[in-house]
Design a protein around this ligand. Structure first.
Ligand code: ARE
Length: 585
């Protein structure tokens, strides 16, 4: 047996309670392992107290597995009778059987040795307070991301001189186009019609730049966008339409006009806020240059974004209060934490317990681009922006040498990193204000919809970036932040695209198999780049997704009810074609 391929631990996503009853147990092995059995029982039932241990547990085969690139991920769910569990694994290859315990591997003979003390894996107690719980509504949400300055100007008649006229095409980060909350309110009925039921708003608190990631005042809506009263009204109107609202929180750093930073610059080490930032050299704070010299820490060396000291108790208390006010004043439904991997764990734990006590189903989303398991144990974020999924999907279509197995490994990797509770509310996206737009990547409308088909059928909740409904183009920041071309929306080609997105959104909301956590890759077709996967809901309803990643037309079986199709007719899935159909396996 390939011993180095075998891995299990009794924490994180390898072994955890999914809810008050069910315990999920996962194990990784090499491909040489053909069958896995779990032996499990209660730690005390087997007479461990004051005497010789006799095993009274059950032996059950683990039948579900996901293929990763070099390993197999086996997964099972058990319901421990008394909320606690001890277990070990039996691993079978073609030639041998090994028993896997916390302290290593035993042969059958060693197992039977009289008097051997077995070091089982132990889940001592599934404490309800420690169970990772995520808000149920998120999985039913289809998000729409809005970059406020570029979405809609609702009050063009009030434009001041510094506002540039709305236009299509390229933009710069220095320009301000006057998009505002009035504009978003005006377009709520449009968004409702599109079918989305969640809005993720880029920052709207007072700041100097047009992107507002350099906050000046965390208590005040930026006057370029509107007033606090207007934002409260926007959320209320959105709620009346069944649309939830998530705001962007920039707590890793402030802007250079944030009052405590100004005070530090004025009073130096004597400032009451001296400990609020991460300052190394007090003599050169006013210098205007990037921070590679290390005089203080900032976001990505940007000197107008000094890093807040989220280890400091006063800073923690201050931002707990800020979040509390946002909930009470605006009734927001979610918070996206900017640079979510650089704020302290201590800060996040405190913020979470503070806000969840006020609004128990508030969604806490971290902006983290890499494996984020250390933030997703139930004490900090509910989920993260699923950038690994974005790049994985993109790379498959970009790279003609990638096979459907590569696609399968990539998807399986994304959904074995975290607990099911987190997977269920992952924030799935294909582009954002930080990336080039989806349409720019492969410059092909059929491929664009193939990727959206994956997005809308993955566990978690899909988010489309404003303009995706008309396949808007744009390169990297700032080009991905162009103005929404409202005057072009009525053109027939845009209306067609809008109808296409509406179909996907409706399916996502109506078909529980689209939203479910369960999927597998049945491998019906031999073609190396014909991706096929099946989603299943709790009742066993199925949908099949087929994506032609080749440069030729392919014959596919004609069965099931077609729910969504592009470049498909009568059993022929054309180059870059997509087919989603119901109940056919
Ligand atoms: C501006 C210019 C840039 C210029 C930069 C530096 O637009 O062209 O390079 O200044 O001078 C905000 C604005 C940006 C602005 C930036 C700095 O939106 O327009 O850039 O402030 O003023 C990493 C971080 C992640 C971060 C991304 C951008 O981990 O947190 O980089 N994203 C958030 C927001 C941004 C925002 C900020 C942070 C700052 O979403 O919009 O920028 O508040 C990998 C890594 C990631 C990395 C990612 C992208 O995959 O794993 O860690 O993300 O690449 O680089």
């Amino acid at each position: 047996m390939n011993f180095t391929g075998v891995y299990h631990k009794t924490s994180e996503q390898m072994s955890y309670p999914k809810n008050d009853r069910e315990l999920i147990i996962n194990i990784k092995t090499g491909y040489d392992v053909k069958r896995v059995f779990l032996h499990y029982g209660d730690p005390f039932e087997s007479g461990i107290l004051g005497g010789k241990e006799t095993w009274t547990g059950k032996r059950e085969e683990i039948c579900y597995k996901k293929r990763l690139k070099h390993q197999i991920w086996w997964t099972t769910t058990v319901v421990p009778a008394y909320r606690r569990c001890k277990y070990y694994f039996e691993l079978q290859t073609e030639e041998e059987i090994w028993y896997y315990f916390e302290d290593g591997f035993l042969t059958e003979k060693q197992m039977q040795m009289d008097g051997r003390m077995l070091q089982c894996f132990i889940v001592p107690w599934m404490n309800p307070a420690d169970i990772n719980r995520t808000p149920g509504w998120v999985n039913e949400t289809v998000w729409y991301q809005i970059f406020p300055d570029r979405f809609c100007n609702g009050t063009p008649e009030e434009n001041t001189e510094d506002i540039v006229p709305w236009r299509s095409g390229e933009v710069t980060n220095a320009e301000r186009f006057g998009g505002n909350l009035a504009g978003i309110r005006m377009r709520l009925s449009y968004l409702k019609e599109l079918g989305i039921n969640g809005i993720y708003l880029n920052p709207i608190m007072e700041a100097e730049s047009n992107h507002k990631y350099d906050t000046t005042d965390y208590t005040k809506i930026d006057s370029h966008f509107g007033t606090n009263e207007e934002f409260a009204a926007l959320v209320k109107e959105a709620h009346a339409l069944g649309i939830r609202v998530m705001v962007d929180a920039v707590f890793n750093h402030s802007g250079r006009k944030f009052a405590p930073w100004l005070d530090v610059q004025k009073n130096g080490q004597e400032s009451d806020y001296a400990e609020w930032f991460m300052i190394n050299d007090w003599t050169s704070l006013k210098k205007e240059a990037d921070t590679r010299d290390g005089r203080f820490y900032s976001f990505a060396f940007v000197d107008n974004m000094p890093k807040l000291n989220t280890n400091n108790e006063e800073v923690i208390a201050y931002f707990c209060k800020i979040c509390e006010n946002w909930i009470k004043e605006f009734d927001i439904d979610g918070i996206r934490f900017d640079v979510g991997n650089e704020v302290s764990h201590r800060f996040l734990k405190r913020v979470r317990s503070h806000v969840r006590a006020i609004k128990p189903d508030l969604y806490l989303l971290g902006e983290i681009w890499h494996d984020a398991s250390q933030w997703l144990n139930g004490e900090e974020y509910d989920s993260v922006m699923n950038y690994p999924l974005m790049s994985g999907i993109h790379d498959f279509f970009l790279d003609p040498s990638a096979t459907k197995e590569d696609f399968e490994y990539m998807i399986n990797r994304c959904y074995t990193m975290y607990m099911q509770q987190n997977n269920n509310v992952l924030f799935n996206l294909l582009d954002s204000h930080d990336t080039e737009r989806l349409m720019n990547r492969l410059q092909n409308l059929d491929r664009f919809y193939q990727q959206l088909a994956v997005l809308f059928t993955m566990p978690g909740s899909p988010c489309i970036y404003y303009g995706t409904e008309i396949a808007m183009e744009g390169g990297y920041d700032p080009d991905c932040r162009r103005c929404m071309p409202w005057s072009e929306l009525s053109q027939e080609e845009n209306q067609e695209k809008i109808r296409e997105i509406q179909t996907l959104i409706t399916l996502r909301k109506e078909e529980s198999a689209f939203r479910s956590l369960y999927f597998h890759f049945p491998n019906t077709y031999r073609e190396a780049r014909l991706v096929e996967y099946v989603k299943l809901d709790d009742e066993g309803n199925q949908v099949e997704i087929l994506l032609n990643g080749t440069e030729k037309d392919l014959d596919v079986k004609q069965q099931g009810e077609v729910l969504f199709a592009r470049a498909y007719d009568n059993g022929k899935l054309r180059k870059n074609g997509t087919l989603i159909r119901r109940g056919c396996i």
